[in-house]
Design a protein around this ligand. Sequence first.
Ligand SMILES: [Zn+2]
Length: 282
Amino acid sequence: MTIYSIICVVFAVMIGSCVGSFLNVVVWRLPNRLSLTHPGSFCPKCGHPIRFRDNVPVLAWLLLRGKCRDCHAPISPRYPLIEFVCGFVTLILAVKVFFFGWMSIPGPLFLGPVIERAQSQEAAYAAGELLFSPPLETACFAALLCVALWSLLLFLILTVGLIEYDRNPTPGKLQITAALFLLASLCALPLRGGADLSVLKAAGLTTAAGALFGLLLFGRARWRIGLLLGALTGSVLTPSAALAAAAAALLALGLSAAAGRRLSGLALFIGLLAALILSPLV
Ligand SMILES: [Zn+2]
């Protein structure tokens, strides 16, 4: 499994940093109501289209020493930084899921049945009822989906955070996406731990705490997105992980108080990422 795990982790990091590259485009174009796909990336100074090889996340910026190949205008280090952060997110999630097991990140949510099946296959193999180790595809599928869903949620929060950081209005489309996520995660709540009432109670509490926290974090102007993202984050976290997220976001919020509201979305992103990193420890 180790060699497959390494391949999956490398794959996840490549996808993550490429998504980061796309996220840079989204953060700039979406609030300005520009098409996300057309035209392709170009240098804002000389307008020359970016070559395919110069679009490789992080590496291209380093090789070009932060300058446009055509007009040598400096390219903001923010672009490779976002690509690096997104690659880091998928790296952390993939390493945890593939090397520390299914339960090393909280609340499988949507993946309840898939993960239960993989676990029962593992148990059957351990008991000698299966000749071969559990089918790789079930394990890889569940793990990759786990990484993909958490990444999607983190990238969504990062996108909102960066748009806010740029003092641009958060587009309604993102709020709708967040609402859909919230709805889906609420529908899937019973999957988190079967029909056990105590699990549902804990999930309800973390969802409510998350919603309240999001409201406080985003303030009056952005209360809808704060409520949605907060409730969403709370609904997928275990109480201990929610506590860690709250502590981390509170710390980030304290740090951002001097810089104003524009850092609140990024603070939520940092809080959730910290909670995911720390989740087996708390
Ligand atoms: Zn240029």
